[in-house]
Design a protein around this ligand. Structure first.
Ligand code: 5RP
Length: 230
């Protein structure tokens, strides 16, 4: 299956103003805005799995009430078996947790799907793909981290693109059906490399929220991907 068309852009609100989240989400799309964000990427960090602390379920529940854009939760937390399903029950569209955070990812994916959300598996930049290939049919999304998880505004790590290229050929050949998402350091200078490797969905935090018009930044990033593919 060829990459998703049009390409998906998922702005990360990690770089938004947390005191004005509803406005910050409005600024990237929803309410019928043409060409706005496909997903809102919400980074949940617990200060254990990663050294940073962001927000949790009550904030996600509030965000869900303020927008019609699907919510893409990226859980950078310990014990996803306990904490991930409630995000699906709350109404998140996609709930992704880290392969490194559990010895048994498949039951967690099953619980997320049973609660009505898509299930995502994320791997850190130095985590190999091979040990997880056989469990990927339990997932709807593979989130390839292109920075060490924990903070926005870091530099893109191009070496992770080998994993994307491999995944793209497995999806293109029909061996796997999964959405390939990338997260970390995606901006106007890096998105074309990721597009060439075959990413479907691009998370971008600082590149979107540092722009004068965040919705324009979303459209421009999507246009860059489209131009690489044409
Ligand atoms: O998961 C993340 C960090 O762990 C963020 O989603 C990611 O870093 C996005 O921010 P930026 O586009 O500024 O790199």
């Amino acid at each position: 299956m060829a990459p998703v068309n049009p390409p998906m852009i998922a702005p990360s609100i990690l770089s938004a103003d947390f005191a004005h989240l509803a406005d910050e989400i409005d600024a990237i799309g929803g309410h019928g805005m043409v060409g706005g964000a496909d997903w809102v990427h919400v980074d949940v960090m617990d200060a254990h799995f990663v050294p940073n602390l962001t927000l949790g379920l009550p904030v996600v529940q509030s965000i869900l009430k303020t927008t019609d854009i699907p919510i893409d939760c990226h859980l950078m937390i310990d014990d996803p078996g306990r904490w991930a399903p409630p995000y699906a029950e709350a109404g998140a569209y996609n709930v992704t947790f880290h392969a490194e955070a559990t010895d048994d990812p498949v039951p967690v994916a099953k619980d997320i799907r049973a609660a009505g959300a898509k299930a995502g598996l994320s791997i850190k930049p130095n985590t190999p793909l091979d040990p997880y290939l056989e469990i990927l049919p339990a997932f709807d999304t593979l989130l390839v981290m292109s920075v060490e998880p924990g903070f926005g505004g870091q530099s893109f790590m191009p070496q992770v693109l080998d994993k994307v290229t491999r995944m793209r050929s497995l999806v293109d050949s029909g061996e796997l059906q999964i959405l390939i998402e990338i997260d970390g350091g995606i901006n106007a200078d890096t998105i074309e490399q990721a597009a060439e490797a075959g990413v479907d969905c691009f998370v971008a935090g600082s590149a979107v929220y540092s722009a004068a018009d965040p919705a324009d930044a979303v459209r421009n990033l999507r246009a860059q991907v489209t131009s690489v593919r044409s």
